[in-house]
Design a binder for this molecule. Structure first.
Ligand SMILES: [Zn+2]
Length: 199
C-alpha cells in the first residue's frame, strides 16, 4: 500500500546530459540496485517537461530509508539547494502528484528531508507551495489552441498537457473530418481514398 509521495531532487543541474534519467539509472545499477530507485523522474527533455516512469508504482523503491515500501519516490532533476523551481515546474510536479493520488490513497506528500537526515530536495523547493497547488488544483489552466484535421480547423484548448475540442464542436463534424471516403475515377481507372474528405 502506497501512502506517501516523497519528493527528491537529483542535486545535479538539468541539461548536462540528454536524459538525466538514464544516467541516474546507470548510477543506481552500479550501486547494486536492481533498477533506478525512483518511481518517477521529472526533467526537461528537448526543452519539454517530461515525467519519465522508473519503477512501477506498486513496487518498493530505493530512494528513502523508511519510506521505500509505502512511498512513491518522485525525483525532480535539478539542484534546488541553489536553483529555484519555476512556476511551470511546480505545476508539473503537482499535476503528477494528483495523477498518482487517483491511483493510491496518499495520506502525505513530503520531501525526502521530512523522513531522513538530508537536505533533499533542497532548501528552495517549497513543499508547502506544492501541497497548496495540489490541493487547489490550480495547475488546471485552459489555453486556447487550434486542432487541424485535414485542413478543417476546430477550436480547442490545452489542459494538463493535452488538447481538447472546444465548446460547440459537433461530433458529426469531427467524424466527417476523419472519415476516409473512396471515389472511383472512371477515366484513370483509379480508386482514390481521401482522408477526411467526407465533407
Ligand atoms: Zn532524496
Amino acid at each position: 500500500m502506497k501512502r506517501y509521495i516523497v519528493i527528491h531532487h537529483s542535486a545535479t543541474p538539468d541539461g548536462t546530459v540528454h536524459r538525466d534519467f538514464d544516467s541516474l539509472r546507470r548510477g543506481h545499477l552500479s550501486r547494486g540496485f536492481r533498477d533506478i530507485g525512483y518511481h518517477w523522474v521529472i526533467e526537461y527533455v528537448d526543452g519539454v517537461l517530461a515525467a519519465i516512469p522508473g519503477r512501477a508504482e506498486w513496487e518498493s523503491g530505493a530512494h528513502c530509508i523508511g519510506r521505500n515500501v509505502d512511498g512513491i519516490g518522485v525525483c525532480v532533476i535539478g539542484n534546488f539547494e541553489y536553483e529555484y523551481p519555476s512556476e511551470g515546474l511546480y505545476r508539473f510536479v503537482a499535476d503528477l502528484c494528483r495523477q498518482i493520488m487517483t491511483r493510491h490513497t496518499i495520506v502525505e506528500i513530503g520531501g525526502h528531508r521530512d523522513y531522513d537526515a538530508t537536505k533533499c530536495p533542497g532548501k528552495n523547493f517549497d513543499l508547502t507551495y506544492l501541497r497548496k497547488l495540489i490541493r487547489e488544483g490550480s495547475y488546471v489552466e485552459k489555453a486556447p489552441c487550434s486542432i487541424d484535421i485535414g485542413g478543417k480547423i476546430f477550436p480547442g484548448y490545452l489542459k494538463g498537457g493535452r488538447s481538447y475540442f472546444g465548446d460547440g464542436v459537433a461530433v458529426v463534424d469531427v467524424v466527417r473530418a476523419i472519415t476516409p471516403i473512396a471515389t472511383w475515377n472512371e477515366k484513370n481507372l483509379t480508386v482514390k481514398i481521401d482522408l477526411g474528405g467526407n465533407k
